[in-house]
Design a protein around this ligand. Structure first.
Ligand SMILES: Cc1cc2nc3c(=O)[nH]c(=O)nc-3n(C[C@H](O)[C@H](O)[C@H](O)COP(=O)(O)O)c2cc1C
Length: 393
């Protein structure tokens, strides 16, 4: 597939992976993107997961013959797994990467760091392809330390490594964002799951990108972004500043016997009736945790509802809150619903878990349920709904 006259797509689609990065469900599969730049000299951008090495090398041969340069932007094995096989298949090719990536190669490939045919690059270095000039931009901790991005000023293309990636195989979701109508949802789940901890580092790269004239973004996952770049860059800006993207409420809950769930359903109905723009409800024991994390970052208000469990909180709620705080969750309004049959303490424990979080506001009207809803706790749910909804009027 052609991206520009000189840039070709040579990536692969993975429909066999059960959990991406051993962690994330990928119902639409996954793509490992790779590109060929054909100029006076030919360059290949990144490799693919090792299970697809032969298929990918075949595509590279067809598109580029014997390439002059092989640029490795990121050493995560879904992109670097076929580096060694590539270098064996193309003994004349020079490998181009950051010094940190070469250090990692030695560890991934039993001491092999291609010392006799490599070129280490860093911020501001350029590579002349005789027709295209590539400029390298370091992107440390977006989301590994060795990452570089590459800008082709001739075709105004940014090769963005894992940034702007999305879950999904391209033969399912589309090869460009002209065909993909659901980029934000799966890109958001990808960003907050995988990159979200590194907001300041992402901000630093966005500032560098702002100085470039970019017409297309070629990420290592997801479709090639060929239109509406302002929209995609804007979302990355919002996400990496930890700002809410949408007005609305996420109610995340766990419930063993269903009484906490009843309170959650009552609250959701009241919020909708009072005209809150969006109300999302998620059962943390039964839904994708990464989707819940994504929604918590998306909306401005989150209600946490759980049972007291062995003097603590239900395990899925603990995992959820830890997933947020370890990603520097901040700038949100929070409320708590607790349940307990003899000594409810879930609200205190949940609030305590956000002690180190910046710029949180807390609703005054939390809900305490003693085993099952009664008039007193129903009144608390109503008061909480009123308080939450008031902010949207
Ligand atoms: C394994 C287990 C441990 C529990 N530990 C506590 C506890 O430490 N303190 C307490 O007040 N209630 C405790 N409970 C009771 C639940 O918090 C209580 O039954 C609650 O109403 C369940 O809400 P649900 O109907 O939404 O599941 C425990 C329940 C279970 C099943």
């Amino acid at each position: 597939m052609k991206i520009t006259n000189d840039i070709l797509y040579v990536g692969v689609n993975d429909h066999d992976v059960d959990l991406f990065e051993g962690h994330y469900i990928v119902p639409e599969g996954m793509a490992y993107n790779s590109y060929v730049i054909k100029s006076g000299k030919t360059a290949v951008m990144d490799s693919v997961d090792e299970h697809f090495a032969d298929e990918w090398i075949g595509k590279v041969k067809e598109a580029a013959g014997s390439p002059d340069y092989f640029i490795v932007q990121h050493m995560e094995p879904d992109h670097s797994g076929s580096v060694k096989k590539f270098m064996d298949a193309f003994p004349e090719t020079t490998i181009v990467s950051s010094q940190k990536a070469f250090n990692m190669m030695a560890n991934f490939f039993e001491g092999e760091d291609f010392a006799d045919r490599r070129l280490a690059v860093t911020e501001g270095d350029t590579l002349d392809l005789e027709g295209h000039t590539l400029a390298f931009v370091t992107a440390p901790m977006v989301h590994w330390p060795e990452v570089i991005m590459t800008y082709d000023a001739t075709d105004k293309v940014l090769f963005s490594a894992d940034a702007f990636g999305r879950f999904g195989a391209l033969d399912t979701i589309g090869y460009t964002n002209e065909e993909d109508d659901d980029w934000a949802c799966e890109a958001r789940r990808y960003y907050f799951g995988i990159v979200g901890k590194y907001g300041p580092q992402t901000q630093a790269v966005l500032k560098k990108a702002a100085g470039l004239d970019i017409e297309k973004i070629c990420a290592l996952h997801g479709p090639i972004l060929v239109k509406d770049l302002g929209y995609h860059l804007g979302l990355y800006d919002t996400w990496s500043k930890y700002e809410p993207e949408s007005k609305g409420v996420l109610i995340a809950y766990t419930s063993v016997y269903g009484h906490t769930k009843k309170a959650v359903e009552m609250l959701a109905e009241l919020l909708e009736a009072k005209g809150v723009p969006t109300v999302e409800v998620t059962d943390l024991a039964r839904s994708d945790m990464a989707e819940a994390v994504e929604d918590a970052f998306r909306y401005d208000t989150v209600v946490f509802a759980t049972t007291t469990f062995n003097n603590s909180i239900f395990p899925f709620m603990r995992e959820f809150i830890e997933s947020l705080t370890e990603r520097s969750y901040q700038n949100r309004r929070l409320a708590f619903i607790e349940n307990g049959s003899w000594a409810p303490q879930a609200a205190k424990i949940m609030k305590g878990m956000f002690e180190g979080s910046k710029n949180m506001t807390y609703c005054d009207d939390n809900v305490k349920i003693l085993s099952a809803l009664n008039d007193q706790s129903r009144a608390q749910v109503e008061a909480l709904a009123e308080e939450i909804a008031a902010a949207y009027k």
